[in-house]
Design a protein. Structure first.
Lengths: 212, 212, 212, 212
DNA sequence: CATGAATGAGAATTCATTCAT
DNA sequence: TATGAATGAATTCTCATTCAT
């Protein structure tokens, strides 16, 4: 009853927090939001439903955190790609490919990001996340235009379209049954990347067939 | 024999059916699938919940009909545009512009097409709808490629990306409050269309009419 | 609007009344009470639901009438058998066989007579009907006892047991699928009759193997 | 680890499960299946409707369990009687008397065994239960016949008739208001048993103990 | 008289959230 | 802190009954 919080416990708590988020991510990637009830999450982490509420004030808060965390790490990776001193077209292609191939591995999860959640609170977070994704590409497009690599265009719209484009293209295979074959996935990723390159108007630069 | 259906009654019934679909559409466009409970729909049309079931065997059936009807009429319009004897690039731009400007008027509905509904039955219908949309653009892209207007590309992926692109771009403004200004909308539509034209690789051909 | 009731119309009305009861009987015999919704009955007779209420004040009343009518005619037949100047044992056997073979033709209907109806009002009627059935056999048993054909016994209990016995035995085949074969049915009827004969203690009289 | 299930809690849970079944039994015995809505059951045990679903996955499952449990314990008792090394006629009488006197205490429950439930799932269970009851008596009759105690007969039909006979006889008094008097009940039970004995043709053997 | 659209009171079931232990 | 039983509001769907035409 009179516990002192030892570092070990702190860690365990943090662990639980992450494990909860992880379990939620797993469940969503398996069966969408529908499958991620608090009971299911609790069962997955091996805690009680009540315990979940020790770490998150509500289901919505849990979802928001999951969303935010996923997007945070994703954006980190994307920025790592788009900040390098390379032609914008190359960076664009690589960013898209990078995002797409990761997304293909946890299909329903990527799905859930565009999907209408049950809760207005989560909805707000979702929109924010999309904005942040868009921002990465918007920056990139703006750079490309400034440098004359891409033609003049509404960078914000282009960015939104890019995000939408690859999400749609990625979501499609989810509906289709049959486990994704490796080569098919790679083909898809490449096609999406090429689409995006053309879409920003980076016509000439886009052709390096066999990039490492 | 005497009290059979008068034309007036027929009309009222048909009216109700349409009013139910209309109310559902309205509710979805306001708050997504979540807000379109049977009770809410019934209240919106001024009927009892039971009455809804005189017109639709289930909530899922209502949603499916709504989705299908919307896509049916949309596709009719799109085909009307894409079947004309014009350059593929032109038809693409016009198709996208046409779709986009209509979608901007019923924002959340377009939204619903990407959304994960609670009901598997509706989910199936939604996927079908997206496929049908994709098919229109896939045909168009294939034609353009065949005629040498567009470069070689994975037409199915391109089509999916196009659908995703403009949906995403259209959905974005929904989150932003403030009623859409006419000119802003027009600008957005144009930007999306240009994005799509570039995306299929129709670079040179894309500058007709009164381009900025 | 100013109709005079012609004899023809009277007849038509009476017709409808009977057709409604008939349709209800049909539906119940097909699928039990569950299948006999007012809507189903109306559809079966080719009337509107509202019209049913012109002939019966409620669903319960309709069911009660159906029950009563069925039992009325059944009892008439039974009395025709049990009132003849024959040994009680013979009359018993013939009464049971007569009832049983008719019941086997409309299985679910016989079923419904013992079955718990949804409505207390119908329930009351059902109990009354069973009493009336019982009374027929009670009389018969009492006679047999008085004449020394049967041993002394609680005639009311015996009668109830007889009714229960053959109902149970008749209901059993309903559950089992497969359409009833003629010979199997005949065998069943005979076995039930013999059971009842033995049950009243009419041991010696009961053995005329091949009766017409 | 600290707050695991204490024996007390275990007991309370088990209690609840049983209390739910008990409440359901009570409600059914009062007013039949009709009165045993989940809401009524919940109210009776002093729980919320939702809580019921912690113990039973569905209303049908609850009913099935109730039915099965009742029949299980009943059959155990019956087998205990019919397996003893006594003349079949004696065992029959005692089995019937045993069953009947218990049934008279929970009248409507016996009732429920013949009743048509609303739910197909429960219906299936009910039929199974009747079969199992029948089997007990069928065995007994077969034995009696084999040993020459009873005349040749269709043992399955006899068994069904016996089950039906005493159910009907037991159900009858339910309708009649007025609490059952002890002596009246005893008389009824005896009469039913005698009926069954005669019915199997055990005429001579049936007069042991303290017969009137 | 007939029609059948509409009513509206339930019924079963789900699940995020709370709280006594 | 952890537990998980309990809550209770919300949701979909059914159907006997009514009533304007």
């Amino acid at each position: 009853m009179a516990y002192k919080r030892t570092p070990l416990m702190q860690e365990r708590l943090a662990d639980n927090r992450e494990r909860i988020v992880g379990a939620t991510r797993l469940l969503i990637s398996r069966g969408g939001f529908r499958e991620a009830s608090i009971a299911a999450v609790a069962h997955e982490v091996g805690l009680s439903t009540g315990a979940i509420y020790r770490y998150f004030p509500s289901k919505a808060a849990l979802f928001v955190e999951l969303l935010t965390a996923a997007v945070d790490s994703e954006i980190l990776v994307l920025r790592g790609i788009t900040d390098r001193p390379l032609p914008a077209a190359v960076r664009l292609r690589e960013a898209v490919e990078s995002f797409a191939s990761r997304a293909l591995k946890g299909p329903h999860l990527a799905y859930a990001f565009i999907v209408e959640p049950t809760d207005p609170e989560v909805e707000a977070a979702r929109i924010l996340c999309r904005r942040r994704f868009g921002a990465v590409f918007e920056d990139l497009v703006r750079q490309g235009v400034r440098r004359g690599e891409f033609p003049a265009q509404a960078a914000d719209v282009t960015a939104a379209c890019i995000v939408g484009a690859f999400t749609e293209a990625l979501v499609r295979p989810i509906a289709t049954e049959g486990p994704s074959s490796q080569p098919a996935d790679r083909k898809l990723v490449r096609a999406i990347a090429e689409f995006c390159q053309r879409a920003v108007g980076a016509a000439a630069t886009a052709a390096p067939r066999r990039r490492a």
